[in-house]
Design a protein around this ligand. Structure first.
Ligand code: CA
Length: 234
């Protein structure tokens, strides 16, 4: 059984796999591993997801109904060199491995594989120091270590839930500018999961209260009809 790891909770993955049974297995194993997962069955769907959602990593099958996953890998690498990408394939020739890695993949797994190995490899990719995740975000007396998911307020460790931590991270990454509500929702929840209409408000309300109780100086502002903005008081 794969244990849920708080440290990686709410990381968002895009899995691109056209075999329905394998897709379901992938999603189940990864969700159990603490990831939020969007599943695309072909290159076109994957492009749609990538256009609107910011992912922490992608799992890419090679043989897809509308082309080779390598084509998408090359497209992604033109604009994003840091997104960790793991290639899945039934092909096992050494030349295929080289092609995948030369095209910008970070890792390579040959089918059939064991789900725990996939989850372990993704965790390893997400822990790499050059991943965009390895930084401490600060604002006022608040600091968030994005790898360990530790929050410090006024130099004291404070414990937040994974979802509160994720929201805080999104706000801190865009501190001083508005995070559009829809973008916030996309980053916090899988696209195909039903979300109560006031779920975001409830989460913001709770996060505000927790920050206030812990004596944080930054404030979350609601920009009516647009989204949320985190800043130090003027
Ligand atoms: Ca396939």
């Amino acid at each position: 059984m794969i244990g849920r790891r708080e440290g990686l909770a709410e990381m968002r993955l895009l899995a691109i796999e056209d075999e329905p049974e394998l897709g379901v297995l992938l999603r189940t194993a990864l969700e159990r591993g603490g990831f939020a997962v969007d599943l695309a069955a072909n290159l076109a769907e994957a492009r749609d997801f990538l256009a609107v959602v910011g992912y922490d990593a992608a799992i890419l099958d090679r043989a897809l109904p509308d082309g080779d996953g390598i084509a998408l890998l090359r497209e992604i690498r033109r604009s994003d060199t840091s997104l960790p990408i793991l290639i899945l394939t039934a092909r096992d020739g050494p030349e295929d491995r080289v092609l995948g890695l030369d095209s910008g993949a970070d890792d390579y797994l040959v089918k059939p594989f064991h789900m725990p190995e996939l989850v372990a490899r993704l965790r390893a990719l997400l822990r790499r120091p050059n991943a965009a995740l390895g930084i401490t975000l600060t604002l006022g007396n608040l600091a968030l270590d994005t790898v360990g998911r530790h929050i410090r307020i006024n130099a004291q460790d404070v414990s937040f839930t994974p979802r509160e931590t994720s929201m805080l991270e999104i706000l801190l990454r865009q501190q001083g500018s508005v995070v559009v509500r829809e973008i916030m929702e996309q980053r916090l929840y899988s696209l195909d999961r039903e979300l109560g209409s006031n779920a975001l408000e409830v989460l913001v309300h709770r996060l505000r209260r927790r920050l206030q109780e812990a004596g944080a100086t930054p404030v979350i502002h609601t920009i009516r009809g647009v989204g949320y903005l985190m800043a130090e008081p003027a």
